[in-house]
Design a protein around this ligand. Sequence first.
Ligand SMILES: [Zn+2]
Length: 152
Amino acid sequence: MSETVLYVIPSDPYFQPDQAANSRAVAQVEELVPDALGDIETDLSDALVFVHGTGLESVSCPACGTQLDFPGWWMAAMDEAFRDGSTTGLAVKVPCCGSDTTLNDLVYNVPSGFARYRIRVWSPNRRMLDDEELAGIGAALGRPVRQIWSLV
Ligand SMILES: [Zn+2]
């Protein structure tokens, strides 16, 4: 049986909170998932991790909205960005309109993103967080956050 996992990650992929901000953010998340069936965990890593939602199947340009070749172009851009196992940056130039953007700013069909810090809720047992709830977590963390839902 698959299990639902809710990830909360900073919109800034490189951001890592200090211990106090981490504690505040986790406490905020705890309040929002009173019926969670599983644990709340956090991960800190030096390397950027791609956190993607279940059902990721297309990606579009944030500048002009063109659907990009997926996984073809996107996978090649990922390989380039993570060539030596770690990345020097997520910058990409999209082939549609030539805009400079980042892998983190592409429009994924399900919320996804890159992070060096994640809050993970196992079986949160609730619907998606609304904007106000996300803003509350962001205020606690000191950075705006994204929610990513995954089935594992
Ligand atoms: Zn474009």
